[in-house]
Each structure stands twice: as C-alpha cells, then as structure tokens.
Ligand binder design. Structure first.
Ligand code: SAM
Ligand code: SF4
Length: 326
C-alpha cells in the first residue's frame, strides 16, 4: 500500500492518455492551444509498465482521462491490457462523450466499468459556446451508447457564470427525475493562462443548490452529507438519480484525497492544484529497473502536498487542466 506522510492511503491513479482534444472548452484550454509531439507522450508499453508498477504498490482504482482519452490510438487495447493487470480492480474514464457512440461497446468489453461524461448544458447553442464547436447531440448519442453497453454513468457539468449557471443547471438537475444517473456540478478551478477567466466565472456550490431548489424543490443530503469520492450528494424529492457537487474551491476535500495523477508526458502529479511533479518519464527512458521506479513513486507519494492553496491565491501556473488530466 502507498501512504503519504499525513497517513492518507493513496490508491487511485488518474492517467492522462493524451493532452489532445477534439473540443476546446472555454474553462479548460485556450482556443489556440498547442499540443505536445507524440514522442513526448507516454507510449503504450510505457503506460502498461507504469500501470503494473502502480498496481504493485496498492493502486487499484484507475481512471483514464486527458485531454480527450478516446482520441488516443489503441484506447481499447490499452484498457484491455490494464484490465488484465494483477491488482487493477476498477477502470473508469472521464470523456466528453463525442466518440462513445462507436467506442462504448468495445470499451465495456475490454473491461471499462464506468464513464463520467462531460455535458455542461443541454442547450445546443450554449454547448457550442462553451466547447467552442461541439454538438450536444453527439454527447447525447454517446450517453445512450454508454447506457446500452452497460457502463455506469455519471454526468459532469462545470458551471461558468453567464454561460450555464441558471436554467442550464436546472435542466441538468431535472434529468435525475428520469434517470438513475449522478449529475455532478463542478466548481471551476483556476489553472495557467486561463486562471483569470476561471476565477471571474466561478459559481459556488451554495449558489447552485439555491438555484436548483428554487426551481425543482428541496434537496436532501444523501449518506448524511458524507462525501462520495469528491462529490457531496443530494437528491430531489421523487428523483431517482442523485445530484453531486464537487466544490474544490469553496469546500476543499483535501483531507480525504486518495488520488495521484500521471500526466500525458509522464509526470506524477501529486495534487491537481499544486505545481509539484515527479518526473517518471526520464528514468523510464533511461532504463531504470522496476524496483527503482517503485522507489521513485513511493518517495513522491510520501511527499504529496497536504492540499491546495486557492484560499491563499496560490494558483498552479505550469499547466492547464487538459495537460494534467482532470
Ligand atoms: N475531455 C474529457 C472531458 O472533458 O470529460 C476528460 C478531460 S477533462 C480535463 C476532465 C474533467 O475536468 C471534465 O469533467 C471537465 O469538465 C473538467 N474540467 C476542465 N477544466 C476544468 C476547470 N477549470 N475546473 C474544473 N473542472 C474542469
Ligand atoms: Fe477537451 Fe475535456 Fe478540456 Fe473540454 S474539458 S477541452 S473536452 S479536455
């Protein structure tokens, strides 16, 4: 098992499979984003090896993300090999859903169990404005394909002031009357060049709950208000699904964090919102042994930062969200 110096058991790895994306969401990356050359990214065999090593250190929950993980070549084979790795118990994915209409079934067959699909609004024009060119119907087709493939589904919406903070949030919450999904609202976090926009547009969980309950009725806490992963869950009266609020900015959940992240260029990122990273790519390509890599990872995990510094205005500037893997 892997522990940090605060006694937290770190057993959940989020792997960014690529920094590339087929959208350019306004809260995630600039429109003129430049991506890394393929050679700078972890190759398939390097991912396989790192997954094997992390699993041997007690990491058992894995999430594939990006950038957009479904644009990575060989994504189905990567998932299948992960699924066969001893110690890997669950494989989930965070995706914008655009390519799920063709990938959901093969991914489920390869061993993927759950998808978190990003859909910030149901309104086609607003969706296009938020993603810069996306079609919301394509995401909806992806959701249906995921459902048909038997994948567990959560929907993610990042809320941005004056984009989707009013009726869009209510429309998304209303889905839980008809579907047993978890619809999650994420407070926008600040990163790199996009930080000023993100800080100006953040909408708090409290405001969101007020907006939703004013339109759809009272929200009752689920599990006595305990966190489910990073989300605090609520339910609408007569709702069959749940509403999750991920409030990293106004209600940080650092004390219960069990996560580490592997960036697409092979850095171990110990806290999403701290710049500190451990370079795994260099030793990997310099021919170190598995035992040496295990030691580097164990040491890195030990020094995982306690939590983020947003309340002191410490903002990570070295990368935007898509490079780290949300
Ligand atoms: N492309 C995939 C997607 O959009 O789901 C996976 C990568 S994306 C970086 C992972 C998650 O981070 C998505 O749910 C996205 O909405 C969220 N996200 C992106 N930028 C964010 C920000 N500035 N603050 C909070 N969440 C953000
Ligand atoms: Fe792409 Fe996901 Fe970032 Fe949107 S949030 S630009 S879909 S990586």
């Amino acid at each position: 098992m892997s522990f940090d110096r605060f006694g937290r058991n770190i057993n959940y790895l989020r792997i960014s499979l690529t920094d590339k994306c087929n959208l350019r969401c306004v809260y995630c990356m600039p429109e003129d984003m430049t991506f890394r050359p393929r050679a700078e990214l972890l190759q398939d065999d390097e991912i396989d090896r790192l997954v094997r090593i992390f699993a041997s250190l007690g990491f058992h929950k894995f999430r594939l993300t990006g950038g957009e993980p479904t644009v990575r070549a060989n994504i189905v084979d990567i998932v299948a090999r992960m699924g066969r790795t001893p110690g890997v118990k669950t494989i989930a994915m965070t995706t914008n859903g655009l390519l799920l209409h063709e990938l959901a079934a093969p991914l489920a067959q390869a061993g993927l169990s759950r998808v978190n699909i990003s859909i910030d609004t149901l309104n086609p024009e607003k969706f296009k404005k938020l993603t810069r060119w996306g079609e919301v119907e394509d995401v909806w087709a992806g959701i249906q394909a995921a459902r048909k493939a038997g994948l567990g589904i959560k929907l993610n919406a990042v809320v941005v002031r004056n984009y989707n903070d009013r009726e869009d949030v209510v429309d998304l919450a209303r889905l839980t009357f008809y579907h047993d999904w978890q619809v999650r609202f994420i407070e926008m976090m600040p990163f790199g060049d996009v930080a000023a926009f993100q800080q100006a547009g953040v909408v708090s969980e409290e405001e969101l709950r007020q907006t939703i309950s004013a339109a759809l009725g009272p929200l009752t806490p689920v599990n006595g208000g305990q966190l489910d992963g990073e989300a605090r869950l609520y339910q609408l009266e007569d709702g069959i699904g749940t509403l999750g609020f991920i409030s990293s900015v106004t209600q940080p959940f650092c004390a219960s964090c069990t996560r580490a992240r592997l960036t697409a260029d092979g850095r171990l990122r110990l806290c999403l919102l701290r710049e500190k990273e451990v370079n795994l790519m260099e030793p990997l390509r310099n021919g170190v042994t598995d035992a040496q890599l295990r030691d580097i990872i164990t040491e890195g995990v030990w020094w995982k930062p306690w939590g983020h510094g947003l309340s002191e205005n410490v903002i990570p500037l070295n990368r935007v969200m898509s490079e780290i893997g949300g």
